[in-house]
Design a protein around this ligand. Structure first.
Ligand code: UT7
Length: 324
């Protein structure tokens, strides 16, 4: 008997405030035209004052639980992928747990920056396959607006806030790639690339939250190469390739990276879920947001083969192949 972690529900939440590219024109030397042409981003959402990452995560969780027809008390575990937790500790996941009124099971955060949701899904899958949990809520939630340097045009125009969530449930499968659920995962990190994308503050260094710093064009080069590699690798683990894929649901950092990766995988853009124009880069939230929006748009349907991939600070990168 093969156990699979099957997606039972998906949902998302975006803060009310929409920030169009034009708002940045008054703050730094940039233009709507440059941002659209270089990134594909048109607008992003920013959290309101006092609205925290766990607030966003809890709202996305409620939507995913409703979609699954479940209550929070049905869950065994909550994993939140985030680099912008409300406090240094406790975890955003325990705060989400409290907000959902769940006092059983366990909750913890995963920090792999923009690849966080991929790492969290892989962890949730391992918990389910090892029998430690039957139902796991996996959330990606971020308030990157809080760590942006609004004087740095090379980074402040790129990121946004939001949250997405999926409910995974242990389900019997046949052991073939026709099964619903997570079929393969592929994770990588290389800490020697720390300087390419990091936050210049932290508990044991400055004692402050710090600001995001990025050598964008260097990260871009790694992204184009490594994302297609990891997607191919996870598909190969289950004997599949780009031609079998119904949807690529990529990390939404830059439309040029998304299309270059799709091209390397020989998947046409009609089979790629793209939300970067509306959300900007929401780091660990971008993939579950795209899954939820993709389903709401009628793109993603039950039985579809999906490959998700992401890269971010670390560098850390990886992919998940799942059948919806
Ligand atoms: O999610 C985590 C992973 N992160 C990513 O995947 C981000 C990856 N990187 C990127 O998406 C792109 O590298 C960027 C969008 C960040 C930048 O695009 P690029 O084509 O790599 O541009 P660049 O960094 O090489 O900069 C080109 C020019 C520079 O001016 P000079 O030196 O040619 O005079 C920049 O100063 O564009 C300038 N520039 C801007 N101009 C107007 C940088 N930011 C801006 C801006 N507005 N906001």
């Amino acid at each position: 008997m093969t156990i699979r972690a099957v997606v039972r529900g998906v949902g998302h939440y975006l803060p009310e405030r929409v920030v169009p590219n034009s708002e940045f024109e008054a703050r730094v030397e940039t233009s709507d035209e440059w941002i659209r042409a270089r990134t594909g981003i048109e607008r992003r959402h920013f959290a309101a004052e006092g609205e925290t990452t766990s607030d966003l995560g809890a709202n996305a969780a409620r939507a995913a639980l409703a979609d699954a027809g479940m209550e929070a008390t049905d869950l065994d575990a909550i994993i939140v992928a985030t680099s912008t937790a409300d406090l240094t500790f406790p975890s955003a996941a325990t705060m989400v747990q409290a907000k959902l009124g769940m006092r059983s099971g366990f909750a913890f955060d995963v920090q792999a920056v923009c690849a966080g949701f991929i790492f969290a899904m892989s962890n949730a899958n391992a918990l389910i396959l090892s029998g430690q949990a039957q139902r796991v809520l996996v959330i990606g939630a971020e308030t990157f607006s809080r760590i942006l340097d609004f004087e740095d045009r090379a980074t402040c125009v790129l990121f946004g806030d939001g949250a997405g969530a999926v409910v995974l449930e242990a389900t019997e499968g046949t052991g073939t790639s026709d099964d619903r659920g997570i079929l393969a995962t592929d994770l990588h990190s290389d800490g020697s690339y720390c300087d390419l994308l990091y936050v210049d503050g932290g508990v044991s260094t400055t004692g402050t939250a710090g600001h995001l710093r990025m050598q964008g064009n260097q990260v871009f080069r790694h992204a184009v190469e490594k994302l297609a590699q990891t997607a191919h690798a996870s598909l190969a683990k289950v004997g599949l390739s780009g031609g079998d894929v119904d949807w690529i649901v990529p990390h939404q950092a830059n439309l040029r990276i998304i299309s270059a990766t799709a091209q390397r995988m020989q998947v046409p853009m009609e089979r790629v879920v793209v939300t970067v124009q509306d959300h900007g880069n929401t780091s660990a939230a971008s993939i579950p947001l795209a899954l939820s929006v993709g389903k709401a748009r009628g793109q993603i349907k039950q039985g579809d083969l999906i490959v998700t991939e992401a890269i971010g600070g670390g560098l850390s990168w990886g992919s998940v192949v799942l059948r919806w």
